[in-house]
Design a protein around this ligand. Structure first.
Ligand code: AMP
Length: 176
């Protein structure tokens, strides 16, 4: 992918200070989604990482991981699995607790979302402290999934989220 595209994506990500809490600089990706060329370019970044790697499932994290992950799954021709905040999924679930950059939460995944040994890629918009993705990784592994890689449009490197995901290869496209 041309550096030019990464530069344009970076320029489009909007910093919103003090959201959702004082002291947090929120990386707002809606301007990327709003621009058809940039939205496509962001999807292409994920696709280039996963094509040809025999991926069986894309797992997206509530809610912006759904936007990127579902399109990637569609393009790869594989199934999409949502990991959601607790209380949103209707069927039987596994639950994982985690702490966020701004609070505490629980994520869940349907117990029948993947089969033993399936090759899975985790997709989200942003890696911050890594708590959310570590919970998602735990859910995938508990379900028997082979977590091939976790992929993020944005990584806030100063929060060292990678440390929480030490057993998982990580790819991020825009690093701050
Ligand atoms: P964490 O568990 O700290 O890695 O947080 C990652 C999750 O929270 C992702 O689903 C992000 O969408 C969201 N998130 C955390 N921090 C930010 C931030 N500064 N800007 C935008 N989204 C964030």
């Amino acid at each position: 992918m041309a550096l030019d595209i990464l530069g344009k994506l970076r320029a489009a990500v909007r910093d919103v200070p003090d959201f959702p809490k004082k002291g947090i600089v929120f990386k707002d990706i809606t301007p990327v989604l709003n621009d058809p060329a940039l939205f496509r370019a962001s999807i292409d970044l994920f696709l280039e990482r996963s094509r040809g790697r025999k991926i069986d499932k894309i797992v997206g994290i509530d809610a912006r991981g759904f936007v990127f992950g579902s399109v990637v799954a569609y393009e790869l021709g594989v199934g999409f699995v949502p990991i959601r905040k607790r209380g949103k999924l209707p069927y039987r679930t596994e639950v994982a607790k985690y702490s966020l950059e701004y609070g505490e939460a629980e994520m869940e995944m349907h117990i029948d979302a993947m089969r033993e040994g399936e090759r899975v890629v985790l997709v989200d918009d942003l890696l911050a402290t890594g708590g959310t993705s570590a919970a998602a990784a735990a859910l995938i592994r508990k379900a028997g999934g082979n977590l091939v890689e976790a992929q993020f449009l944005i990584e806030l490197e100063f929060l060292h989220g990678r440390k929480q995901l030490e057993a998982t290869p990580i790819t991020s496209f825009l690093k701050y």
